[in-house]
Design a protein around this ligand. Sequence first.
Ligand SMILES: NC(=O)c1ccc[n+]([C@@H]2O[C@H](COP(=O)([O-])OP(=O)(O)OC[C@H]3O[C@@H](n4cnc5c(N)ncnc54)[C@H](O)[C@@H]3O)[C@@H](O)[C@H]2O)c1
Length: 305
Amino acid sequence: MAIQTIKRVLVVGGGTMGQQISLQCAAHGFSVVLNDVSDEQLSLARTSLVKFATQMAAELQLPQSEIDEALNRIEWIADPAAAAEDVDLLIESVPEDVWLKRRIFAQFDGLCPLHTLFTTNTSTLLPKELAKHSKRPRQFAALHFHPNVWDSNFVDVMPATAADPELADILRKFALAIGQNPIMFERESRGYIINRFLFGIFRQALSMSAQDIASPEEIDRAFTGVLNTDAAPFRIMDRVGLDTMLSINKFWCKRLLYLPRLDPTFRRNQKLLESYVARGHLGVKAGRGFYQYPESKTDGQSSHK
Ligand SMILES: NC(=O)c1ccc[n+]([C@@H]2O[C@H](COP(=O)([O-])OP(=O)(O)OC[C@H]3O[C@@H](n4cnc5c(N)ncnc54)[C@H](O)[C@@H]3O)[C@@H](O)[C@H]2O)c1
């Protein structure tokens, strides 16, 4: 492949994940460009990213100087053409909408240098569903991060079926260079590994809440208490963002419509998620989701309703 070493990274989409991915790359010495739809959106992203940086510094006990240096390595550029200049790796992290993602890849194919590697942070799509729209299927992979990125430290590396065999190793080395443990895939898998487990758990948790079997707090308490784990389903969903959860649920709902026997769980879950999203209760990023969060906190810890 034309590129072996990645120096400059473009993150397209400055939401929850785009901010954390940018911060992780910058904190490990990479030059980062963060692109979003407008300067206003980038300004919101910047405020939120600085909060993530403060949280990361506290949790990893990093000196403020290191955080300041990392923040200085991030450029905030709304103009796609300017953002694409000289980048070696593009990480797409826009909302989970296949048409939007395809448009983004087609647009940036015309703007990025020929050597730029293209990756997606998609939760539910397969690389091959996006790769041909980038017009560079040999340089295309999913690079899928887990929140909070500095804490989870695992990233899925899933090259497109048509990718150059060298791509996996280049991305594996990049993952290690940004302090992440790469999970390497032999084949494309919808939902990677962990999401395939998690979606089953989320689906059951939402279904129990939608049927008023128990409150989100009680379902979380049962799960964490009995299994002796910190991983509480509703708290994780709040961290993911309930708008993102809704998109993912809609995706599965649509797919199931084509099956002969429609599972009603997805429809009930969709209604429940829609009721939260309609009130702006999007989870941690909005200060309120299934739980209520102090405005200043972004760590998934909450005060109770
Ligand atoms: N939230 C999670 O926990 C999580 C975890 C892993 C993967 N993902 C995946 O990551 C992706 C992003 O998720 P998120 O939760 O960060 O979403 P988000 O809604 O928080 O952020 C998306 C960002 O993309 C921006 N955007 C929209 N259109 C754009 C365009 N044309 N050009 C540039 N920017 C644009 C939006 O303004 C927004 O800032 C999705 O594919 C999601 O499935 C999410």
